[in-house]
Every structure is written in C-alpha cells, then in structure tokens.
Ligand binder design. Structure first.
Ligand SMILES: N[C@@H](CCC(=O)N[C@@H](CS)C(=O)NCC(=O)O)C(=O)O
Length: 372
C-alpha cells in the first residue's frame, strides 16, 4: 500500500472517543455534555425544531424576553470560560454582552448556554440560542444552506497550530510523520489536520475527543505527540497544562480560521442588528470612542461619531434598535480594542499581540463598513 493510501486508511480508523479516562473536570455548572462522536464530520444541517424565522424576527423575541440567549464556550480561558461560580468571561462572551446592551440596554441581560463543537449549529438553527459567539470559523459549508448559519463580522482572525513537547525534537509539521495527534471532533481543526498531513504525505493517527478539556488532558498525559487547534485555543490551553514550559507551539500555521459570531440564516433583521453592533465596536475603536471618554464624545462634532452614538441620524431606528444602541454597548462593554485588551491583552496571562487583528488603519484586517 502506498503511503497516501495508508494515511487515508489510518485516518478512517479514527480512534476511540474516550470519556472518563482523560476527562478534565468540567468547570461549568451549565455544561451539557455533548454526545460523543467517534467519526467527526462537519455537522450536517440540523433538523429545524423551531426556526427563529417562524416566530418573526428574533429582534422582537429577544426584546420581549428581556434577555439574550448566547451560545458560548466554557473551557477556553480568554475567549469563553466559566468560573466555579458560574460567571462567564472572555473575548467572545463580551460580544454577547455588547449585543445585550445594544438590543436591551443591559449588558448583563444574557443567559449563557454552552455550545459544543458538535452541537453549536443545531442550537442556533433550533432557536435554542439567539446568537453564537464561540471561536467558530466562518466557512463556506457553514454559511451555506447545508449548515444554515449567517455569519457576523470576523472578530478574531486566527489560524490552526500544533503544540508539541519541547523534548520531542519536533520543530515543524514536517517532522511529524507517523505522529499521534489529539484533536477535537466537529471542528475545522479535524478537517485541516487531515488536509495538511495529506498534502505533505505524512502519516498520522488522530485521537479524537468531543471537547477541548478532554483533548488537552489526553495530550498532557502523553497520549499524543501533538495537540492541534486554533492558535488562540493553544495559547489559552497552555494556561491549563500541568507544566506549560515543557511544551511549544510550532511556527506552522495550518489554516485560515476567521472566527465570527453566527445567527440563524433567514432572519435578516436580527442578523443586521447583531452585525452592526459588532461593527459599531470596531468603528468606535477607529474613531477613538471608549467607555471612558464616551460622555465627552457625545459632544463631538465628528459626523461619524455623531451617527455612531445616535446624536445625529437614525442609525439605531433603521435596525429596529434604540438610537443610542452603541452608547449602551460602549458604556457597558467598551470598544473592540478595550474588549481585546481586557481579555487577551498585556495585562492578561495571554498577552496576545493584536497582529492581523489590528484595525486596517494600523496595518491589520479589522475594517467596518461606514456608519451612514
Ligand atoms: N475554529 C474552529 C475550532 C473551534 C473549536 O471548537 N476549538 C476547540 C479547541 S480551543 C474548542 O473551542 N473546544 C472547546 C469545547 O468544545 O468545549 C471551528 O470553528 O471549528
């Protein structure tokens, strides 16, 4: 059998999903264990239990309910995490809070629901969550009717990476022929892993788990030569390892992972409202409006700032929101840069440089269409 066929055969023999032996304690009281899948594929279209569409726009549902139901991660510190008291925090979580502030005027009016890699799109399609902010990559398949997501602006440009033990002597993916790699099911990660190794004609054995804590625990216990996920996830996971100093993240970037929020496809009013709250957080950073200076900024003569803050124009009303929707989001949560710094910046254990996640005006990729 040639190398490529052997590799495909091995890939098809996806190894067992292990529950108890490798499980790190689930930190989330609200965590609902996801069903394990031994063979992970891109989730197919969910059966439409109660599509948001049938009940009118979610914008009205959320207002009537008085709270936002947000699908998040609960085990990725810095992005989506829950503490022992059930308090959620992280970069993604702050976007939930900003949407709640923009739609309801109250950033705390959020009910968080754990969305696993496998069930996240089903939760959105069935209307169990209003919006998903969960390190989710915008892909064609997920955007299409097959999975049925409507993606929001990219909030974090990421790429897949590989963690290995320093003692392994591995310095790049090219050194990983025959390696065993711990990976999470229901993710782009699993699909990219096969693509990248196949392209380099490398054999590998994936060991698949249904959430990050289990995947990481298995790697940390020495059951795999490598642990692969989004680089953001690797950096975050390092903080949970027995001895992070024994490990390193390879330079290789295995994929593009534009992480974005997502809502049900078929509710344009809701999609527009969420989309422009995210855009508003980026516009505010570009315009220099922060949670700290917003009161002064309400008096600004800058026309973009006037429209952003609802001093002029009817931007909120066009979206079915209050005209001060961004004042609420910015006062209570802060602009994109404040959200980034609070969760990932120099004063956090992650200290992630902005890199491509800088504003376009500072050499990055963040660019919002105009508020007019
Ligand atoms: N961005 C990729 C991967 C996202 C992903 O699920 N990453 C893992 C590793 S950081 C994760 O969040 N796991 C936590 C969990 O499933 O609870 C995707 O959208 O498929």
């Amino acid at each position: 059998m040639n190398k490529r066929l052997t590799m495909v055969a091995i890939s098809l023999l996806i190894i067992a999903v292990v529950y108890s032996a490798c499980a790190a304690p689930a930190p989330a009281p609200a965590a609902a264990p996801a069903p394990a899948e031994s063979v992970a594929t891109e989730p197919a279209a969910a059966e439409p239990a109660a599509p948001a569409e049938q009940a009118g726009s979610l914008i009205d549902t959320v207002k009537a309910r008085g709270k936002l139901i947000c699908g998040v991660n609960n085990q990725v510190p810095g992005f989506g995490n829950v503490d022992a008291n059930g308090n959620y925090s992280g970069f993604d979580v702050d976007f939930c809070r900003a949407v709640a502030a923009g739609v309801l005027g109250d950033a705390s009016a959020v009910e968080y629901r754990y969305a696993s890699g496998n069930d996240r799109f089903t939760l959105v399609k069935s209307g169990e969550v209003d919006v998903l902010f969960r390190n989710t990559t915008w892909t064609l398949t997920r955007d299409s009717a097959e999975v049925g997501m409507e993606f929001m602006p990219v909030t974090f440009y990421d790429g897949q990476g590989m963690m290995v033990r320093k003692s392994s002597g591995i310095t790049s993916i090219a050194d990983m022929d025959g390696a065993t790699v711990c990976v999470q099911s229901g993710t782009t990660t699993e699909l990219n892993l096969a693509d990248v190794f196949r392209a380099q004609e490398l054999e590998f054995t994936p060991v698949v788990f249904e959430d990050n804590d289990k995947t990481l625990a298995a790697y940390d216990e020495g059951r795999c030569d490598g642990f692969t996920t989004d680089k953001s996830g690797l950096v975050s996971s390092m903080t949970k390892m027995a001895d992070p100093s024994e490990h390193m993240i390879l330079e290789d970037t295995m994929s593009k992972e534009p992480l974005a929020g997502a809502v049900f496809q078929g509710d344009p009013a809701w999609a527009d409202a969420v989309r422009w709250i995210v855009n508003g957080l980026i516009e505010a950073e570009e315009s220099g409006v922060t949670s700290q200076n917003i009161n002064e900024m309400l008096g600004s003569e800058n026309p973009t700032i006037k429209r952003l803050l609802g001093v002029e124009g009817e931007m909120g009303a066009k979206l079915g929101l209050a005209n001060d929707f961004m004042v609420q989001a910015l006062t209570q949560v802060g602009n994109y840069g404040e959200i980034y710094d609070r969760n990932l910046g120099p004063d956090t254990p992650f200290n992630l440089p902005r890199g491509v996640n800088a504003l376009w005006s500072q050499g990055g990729l963040l660019y919002t269409p105009p508020f007019r």
